[in-house]
Design a protein around this ligand. Structure first.
Ligand SMILES: Nc1ncnc2c1ncn2[C@@H]1O[C@H](COP(=O)(O)OP(=O)(O)OP(=O)(O)O)[C@@H](O)[C@H]1O
Length: 316
C-alpha cells in the first residue's frame, strides 16, 4: 500500500556566517527511509521535534518532491499523480484545515461530495456513520470558524473520510484537544482501523494515541528510522520492567533484599516502596515481600511507554 525506498528530502537553508555573510547549509530532513506498510495496518510514526515526520508525510501525500529515493502510495507516485492520489487518500493535518471557514460544517461536506464526485448514497452513508460516531449533529449548522478545536477536528476527520479513502494520513490528530475529545477521536480511529479497510499512518507526540491505536511503531530521529516494530518489541529492546509498588505498615528493615528485584524508590517516610521486577515474577515478589513485612496495599505497574521513548530519543 505504501512503499518508501531510501527516501530522502534535503533542504538548503542559509545560516549566518559572520556579521553580514550568509552561507548555505543542507539539512537532511529525511535521510534514507525504507518502509513498507501493508493494507489495513495502523502505524504510529513518532520522533522528537524536527525528526522528519511531517516532511515524510508531505512526500507521501504529494506536497513535497523527494530529493532522492522512491515513494509510492496506492501504487501511485505522489507528486506526478497527485490528483489521482487525492481520490484514494485522506489527510488530516492538525494545524491546517480542509474546511471552508465561513460555511456551516454540513455545507463543507456537501462541497467535498461534489469535488470528489462521490455518489450521493455513498456520501450519505459515510456521513451518517461519522455523525453518530463523532457526535456531529450539535454543530453541523455552525460555521467552521465558530467551532471549538475539538469540534473542528471531528469535522476534519469526517471531511477526510467522505470520499472513502484507502489510506488516512493523520499529522497530530489529537493536538490541543481536551481529554474527552481525545478519547472520542481515538475511539473513532480505533473503530475505523478495526474494519481493516483503511490503512492508517499517524504522527503524534501523544503516546497514548499510539498505545490505543497502533500495533506498529516507527520511530524516526534525524531523518532515519531508529525503531520499527511493536510496542512490546520496544520494551524488550530497552529492557523495560514492570514495577511492584507496596504500601507498608512500617519501613523496610535496613538490610532487606527481595530476590530478583531492585528497590527503585522509597517514599512516604519509608512506607511506600517500589521494586523493579528484574528476574522474578510478580507473584514471587509479592510472596517474598508479604512474608517479610506487614503490607497494607499492593499494585503492579506496567512499563511506561513515555520512559522508553524518552530513552530512545536521548540515546546516541
Ligand atoms: N521548508 C523547509 N525548509 C527548510 N528546512 C525545513 C523545511 N521543512 C522542514 N525543515 C527542517 O527539516 C527537519 C525536519 O522537519 P519536520 O517538520 O519534518 O520535523 P517533525 O518531525 O515533523 O517535527 P515536529 O515534531 O516538530 O513537528 C527540521 O530540521 C526542519 O527544520
Amino acid at each position: 500500500m505504501i512503499k518508501m525506498q531510501d527516501l530522502q528530502k534535503h533542504f538548503t537553508v542559509r545560516v549566518k556566517a559572520g556579521r553580514l555573510r550568509r552561507k548555505k547549509r543542507t539539512v537532511a530532513a529525511v535521510d534514507g527511509v525504507n518502509l513498507t506498510i501493508e493494507r489495513g495496518e495502523m502505524v504510529g510514526y513518532i520522533g522528537p521535534n524536527g525528526a522528519g515526520k511531517s516532511t515524510t508525510l508531505k512526500m507521501l501525500t504529494g506536497v513535497l518532491t523527494p530529493s532522492a529515493g522512491e515513494v509510492s502510495v496506492c501504487g501511485l507516485a505522489p507528486v506526478p499523480q497527485r490528483t489521482k492520489l487525492a481520490l484514494r487518500i485522506g489527510v488530516v493535518f492538525g494545524q491546517r484545515s480542509q474546511l471552508w471557514w465561513d460555511l456551516p460544517l454540513h455545507e463543507s461536506f456537501e462541497l467535498l461530495r461534489h469535488i470528489y464526485r462521490v455518489p450521493a448514497a455513498e456520501h450519505a452513508a459515510r456521513l451518517r456513520r461519522c455523525r453518530s460516531l463523532l457526535d456531529l449533529d450539535e454543530f453541523l449548522d455552525t460555521p467552521v470558524r465558530q467551532l471549538s478545536l475539538g469540534q473542528r477536528m471531528r469535522g476534519e476527520l469526517t471531511a477526510a473520510l467522505l470520499h472513502g479513502p484507502e489510506v488516512l494520513f493523520l499529522d497530530e490528530p489529537t493536538i490541543g484537544l481536551d481529554v474527552v475529545s481525545k478519547q472520542a477521536v481515538r475511539a473513532f480511529l480505533a473503530e475505523l482501523g478495526a474494519t481493516g479497510d483503511v490503512t492508517l499512518v499517524l504522527t503524534t507526540h501523544d503516546l497514548a494515541d499510539i498505545e490505543r491505536l497502533c500495533e506498529r511503531l516507527v520511530v524516526i530521529d534525524h531523518g532515519r528510522v531508529v525503531h520499527d516494530g511493536s510496542i512490546e518489541a520496544l520494551h524488550a529492546r530497552y529492557g523495560s520492567r514492570r514495577s511492584l509498588v507496596a504500601d507498608l505498615e512500617q519501613p523496610l528493615p535496613a538490610d532487606f533484599a527481595l530476590p530478583g528485584t531492585v528497590l527503585t524508590a522509597v517514599t512516604a517516610n519509608g512506607h511506600r516502596v517500589t521494586f523493579s521486577l528484574e528476574s522474578t515474577t510478580a507473584a514471587a515478589a509479592v510472596a517474598g515481600l508479604v512474608a517479610a513485612v506487614p503490607v497494607r496495599d499492593l499494585s503492579l505497574l506496567e512499563p511506561d511507554i513515555e520512559d522508553v521513548v524518552a530513552r530512545l530519543y536521548t540515546s546516541p
